[in-house]
Design a protein. Sequence first.
Length: 752
Amino acid sequence: MTLELKIDESRNKIYAPLLGKELVLTPEEKVRQTYICMLVNEYGYDLKQMQQEMTVSNSKRGLGKARADIVIWKSEKDKLDKNRAFIVVECKAEEVKLQRGDFFQGANYASWMHAKFFVCVNLKEHRVFKTDEQKAPSEFLDEITEIPHARDINDEKVIQSILAKKKTFSKVDFQNLLLKCHNTFRDNDALAPDAAFDEISKILFMKINYERNRQMGEPDIFSLEVFKKKEKDYELYIKPTLTRQNPNFNLSYMDFWFEDTKNKYSKEKLFEENDKIKISRESFEKVIKDLQTYNLSETDDDVKGVAFEEFLSKTFRGAGLGQFFTPRTIVKFMTEIIDPQEGERICDPCCGSGGFLIYAFEYIRSYIEESIGKSKEEIKEQLLDELKNTKNLSEKEYEQLEIKVTDEIKDVYKQINQDLDNKKKGTRLNKLSTECIFGTDKEGRSARMAKMNMIMHGDGHGGVHQHEGLLNVNGIKDESFDVILTNPPFGSRVTDDLKDPTAPDKKIVDYFEVSKLSKLKEVMFTDRCLNLLKPGGRMGIVLPEGFLNNFKLQSVREYFEGRAKIVLIVSIPEDVFKNAGAHVKSSLIFLRKFTDEEDLEYKKIVEEAENEINSKYACREILSEKPLLRLKKKLKKTSDKEEKKEIRERIKFAKKEWKKRLAEIKELKNIEIKNIIKNRFDYEVPVAQVDKAGITSKGTATDNELDDIVADFKEYVRKSDASILNLKSIIYKYTYKDGKVYLKNNAMSEEV
C-alpha cells in the first residue's frame, strides 16, 4: 500500500504518520515527511521500524546535542528493545548544496547509535554516508551511493557490497561517457562532430531540466524507466488534451520534453527557436540509459563541469574549432596571477567556450565556500564554549542548555547557508552568479557553448552574450570591470567596413584611438580591454610574441605603456596552442590600468619631459632654419632674373635640408623624452619563460612550470610591492548576536 504525502496548505498543516498527528507545515517538515514516504514506497521499510525526532546527550560534555530527524531500525523488535539503529536521517530545509559540517547533529546521533548508514537530505539533494565506529563523527563520513532496500536488510553480503560502493564521480568516467554518447550519434545517426555535440547538449539539458525541477517524491535521476513512465502519462493524459492550434500538437514525448526544456532555457538562448531532436528514438533511449548513472543536479559542479569542458574541447578541436578553447593550464595560471576577488566584476570580450569566466567563477566560489565553512566552525566553537565550565549545573539544567546551544548552532548554519544559494537574490553566490561574470563572443555557437559550459560548472552564464566583442552590450561598457581575462583573435585586421549595427554610419575602428597606429585584432582588443577596465583594474591577455618585439608595433607598445603598468610577462612554448590549430608563439601579458593618480602622474611627467626637451632644442630648431631664411631674404633683395632662378633652386634644397634637420631633431627629442619618462616613471617588470606549460602539441598533459611561477610571483609581490596588483580584498566575517547572524566587511554590516 502506497503511503501518501498529506498536506493541507489552507491550514498550513502536514500529516506525520510516525506520530499519528498533523504538524505545522514547514519546509523542513515537508522534506522529512516526503523522505518517510520514499522510505516506505521505494525502499519497502515499515513505519513500525521507524521513529521521528530522536535526541540524546553526547557522552562527552561540550559537543552539543545529538539529534536525528528519522531513525530506522532493522525491525520493530530492535526498535522496542532499543538496539542499535540501522539508518539515521537528518533533514534540512535549505535548497543549497549540502556541506559536511552542516549535519553534525545527525552524524553525532548516527555515531552514538552505531548506525551503519547516515543520510542527509534537503530540498536540493540527498547524500548517503557509511559510519565508522572507530572514528569521530566528523571523520567517518565516507560517501556512498545508496541505502539498502528493506528486503536486503539482513543480507550481510548485500549490505557490505553497498557499503563498499563509494560515491566517486570521476571526471574521466563522465567525460568518457559523454564521448561514448557522442560516438553513438556519429555511428547510428551519421552526424558530424559539431552536430553530434548539439544533440548531446539537448539530452543533457533535458536531463538537467527534470532533475532540477522534479516534484518531491519523484525519482532523483532522469533514467530510461522514468522517461518511459512519463511518456506513458503524456500519451494518456496530456497529448489527448492538445488541440491542433497548440504548437506541441501531435509531438512525441521525446520532442515534447525538448520543447519544455527549450522554454525553460529560453532566456539563455541555448537552443535555436526552431531546433528539434535530430536523432533516432533508438539512439535517444541508448544515451538516456547510459547517462542514468549520474544525477546531474547532485553531481559536483567541478566533476560534471570539467568533464563537459574537456568533452567540448576534444569534440570541437576534432572539428577544427579549437580556436574557441584556451588550454585549462593557461586559464588556471592566468586566473591565479590576476587573483580575482569576491565582489569584483570580471569580463572576457572574446570568451569562446567560457574557460576564463568559468575558472574565475570557480576561483571565487571556492573562496566563498571556504570562508563560510570557516565562519560556521568559529561560531559553532563560540557557542559550544557555553557548554564548557558548567560543573555547577544540574543534569536537567545542563540538558536544557545543551538543547538551546544545539538549536542555536543549527539556526546559525541555516542562516549562513543562505549565502550558498545562488538562486536567492542578494546572497554571496547569487551576486557572484548574476552581477560579476560577463562575456561576449560574436560566434553564436561559441556563445551558446559558453552558457552551457557555465551552467554545468554551477552558473554565472547570465552575463554571456552573442555580440561583437569590440562593442558595448548589456552592461559591458567602458570602465565597468575590475578584471579582464582573455585570449583574443590574432593576425587578421579589423576592417573599415565593420560597422556598429546601432550606428550604421560609424566604423568600429573609429571608437579606438589605437586604430590610428594599427588595426590588428590583437591590438584593437587590447585597447578594448583597457577601455573596459576601471582605473586600477587588472588584465591578463594572451598575445602573439611579435606584439612585444616587432619594431613595427613600437608605437603601439608605447601607446599602451602610457595607459597601464606591465605587471608580468611570461613567454610560453609554441606547443601550447598547436592542438588548437594555432602556430604562433605567444606570451601571457599581465597589465594593470593606471589609477587616476597614476594617470595624472604619467601625464605630468610627459608634459615636463616635453617642456624640458623642447626648451633644450628650441635654439637648435631656430638655428636650423637660418640658412633658409637668409636665402629667402636674399631673394627679396635681388632683381636679377638669373640670380633669382639660382636662389630659388638653392631655397628648394635648403628647405629639404631644413626639414631633414627638423626630423633629426624631432627623433632626438623623442628619444630623450622617452628616456626621461622611463627614468621618472620607472618600475620593475618581471619576465619569465617556460619550456613546459602543462600541455603538449598533441593536447596531452605534461610537466607544468607555470605553477612554480605563480608561487614565485606571489612571493615577489609580497616582498617587493604589494600594491602592484591594486588588490582591494574584501574580508567577509559572520558574527552571531541575539539569535541573528550578521555579515560584515570593511564597507558594510547587514543581517544575513
